[in-house]
Design a protein around this ligand. Structure first.
Ligand code: GRG
Length: 269
């Protein structure tokens, strides 16, 4: 998607500039914290947030950038911590050494802590919205990044790996949902809170975020040949992906939001 590439170019600059400002005078800390943004990923969640906001109110997209950044900060924190030796013990991410491989384990723990907390400072500093709405966003981001989804998902995954949680399809689906969907649902639900669309639109968008999060993880597992694909065949996983994709299509949202779903879906084929 051409628009996505354009967004990514300017958004990457925005992320790096903001980190530079926030961490000015802390050169070594900045070097560590900015590294995941220099070797950046797809910026899927920020782009989704931006496009959801555009669908609701095309005049409000620029005011969404701090929220896009906050989501990407939280996403990167979760990846840095997930890669640690005590978790997934990964040496590479996005084709580059992981943060702990490049800078050390304690440094990586602290960088993750820095990005997570910075996300909340950035959200709470947003002017231009009613304070009640900002508080609502902070509450939702806190819940989805912790006990509701992200951290609970990580606990379940840890216990799944240790054999404490049973290895079956239901549990894999649950773990995937918790680990992946929280931030994707936030990308859709933050603009809903801030821009207050009509109830009928809101209802469809919430469903879109829910199904897109699940689709994202199913096709990620197909790509990586793990997760759900350890329990069901690739064909069955693709069948699950197709059913979810059809649910998203039937929502009849905008062409742009459908194209995002197309991107996610087609990764699995
Ligand atoms: C709080 C330590 C901790 C973990 C929370 C998010 C998470 C749980 C673990 C990270 C690893 C993982 C399998 C996450 C699932 C979500 C996922 C598929 C992440 C990759 O997202 P992409 O493809 O990555 O958007 P890029 O590199 O493009 O940013």
């Amino acid at each position: 998607m051409h628009q996505w590439q354009e967004f990514n170019q300017s958004f990457k600059k925005y992320c790096i500039e903001t980190l530079k400002n926030k961490l000015s005078g802390l050169d070594k800390i900045y070097e560590i914290c900015v590294y995941p943004f220099e070797v950046s990923g797809k910026f899927f969640r920020p782009f989704l947030l931006y496009k959801t906001a555009e669908f609701i109110d095309s005049n409000k997209t620029e005011s969404m950038l701090p929220f896009c950044l906050a989501l990407e900060l939280i996403h990167n924190y979760s990846l840095i911590h997930d890669d640690l030796p005590c978790m997934d013990n990964a040496d590479f991410r996005r084709g580059f050494p992981t943060v702990h491989k490049k800078f050390g384990e304690a440094e990586a723990v602290l960088a993750g802590d820095m990005l997570l907390t910075l996300a909340f400072e950035i959200i709470s500093s947003c002017s231009g919205f009613q304070p009640e709405k900002i508080v609502k966003v902070i509450k939702k981001v806190s819940q989805y990044s912790s006990y509701r989804y992200l951290i609970t998902g990580q606990y379940l995954d840890l216990w799944f790996q240790k054999g404490i949680v049973q290895k079956n399809l239901e549990n894999i689906k649950l773990i995937n949902f918790y680990k992946t969907s929280g931030l994707i649902m936030l990308a859709v639900e933050i603009p809903i809170i801030l821009l207050d669309p009509l109830y009928s639109i809101k209802f469809k968008l919430v469903k879109y975020g829910y199904w897109l999060g699940i689709l994202f993880q199913v096709t990620d597992d197909i790509l990586d040949n793990d997760g759900i694909v350890e329990i069901v065949s690739i064909e069955e996983a693709r069948d699950i992906a197709s059913k979810i994709y059809n649910k998203i299509r039937s929502l009849e949202l905008s062409q742009d939001l459908l194209e995002i779903a197309n991107f996610v879906y087609s990764r699995g084929f």
